[in-house]
Design a protein. Structure first.
Lengths: 223, 223
């Protein structure tokens, strides 16, 4: 029987574009972070708050990945930051080829930092490199503290973990979420992962995330 | 160039198993529901409460799909219901072949209802028929009210939508979630979808979900 190794071929095409994107980012000395999480963990809210609160220090551009709609890109554009919407039309992750096109359409020379907001999915996007400098996984409190153990790949591969919606940890709200367990489980998978506990709604804990971003931008500029 | 239509072939292999599963369920007159949602929307908590509260009326078996761990199957087994764990080892959805094997290992003659708890993922599982009688999509309040519009496929294909964690809609908790918007958007995609607003934690609204399940079991038995 004639065998065609399709899985390998598709991955290589994606890898080729990812390598081109990586080269483009290195040449332009730009930091690019790939945000990955389940739907509704608060990626867009984190980004809009970050853009607004850092607008006097750094310029941020966003590549928005969604299966349908441009709702998230509209939210980003309302902050005056440049945003490119990619609709995957059913696909469960962004591809490096899509990012390649989007990067060419951003005003890259004006930007310090590019965020890619991936399709809401804790599984598939972790398997597709986009050429980014690092992945950032977002886990929100109502999703539960068992997620690093149950969905280990993305926690193992990310540079940072944002534990979002910590305003819901208020003792008057009876949500069971052991934040120390999440941190320990994430560090067992990835000893170097940076962890930030924050609420993009209340603003609590956002300052440390901003410091980390600014350090990352400086490091990329001086590399 | 020699062209191999791989996409078609893979789908057909899954469809073949799905058709076999469907035949098996019809022959045995068993209702089988495929539960699909993002990670952390509360599928396992809904199932454990449903099993416990209906245990004097119906016998439920569960096929648990997870990428890693048997944490969810342990929670089901603690209710004394039979549970089969499938670890997908990285795959983002259950396949009909996996369900075929699991069905053979459940004590089918003793059961009235089989739940398949799919891998936590609002995207990929919607594209793979398992031979089930129907899909049930779970959306929890903290995930946000824009999800039917952003992830339409699963809402379009499901027999029922469970809006879970409605205890968080308490006005003292400032979570923005327009439940009427969710219902309208879901019905625009799927005019026949049954919608149940409930909290598997507090028990609120579970009774109507139970009535629907029992009617479904009776209909399957008499078909």
């Amino acid at each position: 029987m004639y065998k065609v190794n399709i899985g390998r071929k598709i991955l290589s095409a994606n890898e080729e574009y990812a390598n081109e994107n990586k080269r483009f980012l290195i040449e332009n000395k730009k930091l690019c972070l790939n945000m990955i999480s389940s739907p509704g963990s608060g990626k867009t809210t984190i980004l809009t708050r970050t853009i607004k609160e850092l607008k006097d220090k750094i310029q941020i551009g966003v590549i928005e990945g969604d299966i349908q709609t441009d709702l998230d890109a509209q939210r980003i554009k309302a902050t005056k930051a440049p945003a490119i919407q990619i609709n995957t039309k059913g696909a469960c992750h962004l591809s490096a080829a899509q990012i390649h096109k989007a990067l060419a359409n951003l005003p890259i020379e004006k930007l310090d930092l590019i965020f890619i907001e991936n399709v809401g999915n804790l599984v598939c996007p972790s398997a597709f490199e986009l050429g980014e400098n690092g992945k950032v996984v977002v886990l929100s409190v109502p999703e539960g503290d068992d997620k690093p153990v149950k969905y280990p790949a993305i926690f193992a591969k990310s540079k940072a973990l944002l534990i979002n919606k910590i305003d819901l940890l208020n003792p008057s709200r009876d949500i069971d979420f052991d934040i120390e367990k999440v941190k320990n489980d994430a560090r067992k998978l990835n000893k170097d992962i940076q962890i930030f506990s924050l609420s993009a709604k209340s603003g609590e804990g956002m300052d440390k995330w901003y410091d980390w971003l600014i350090k990352g931008i400086e490091k990329t500029r001086n590399s």
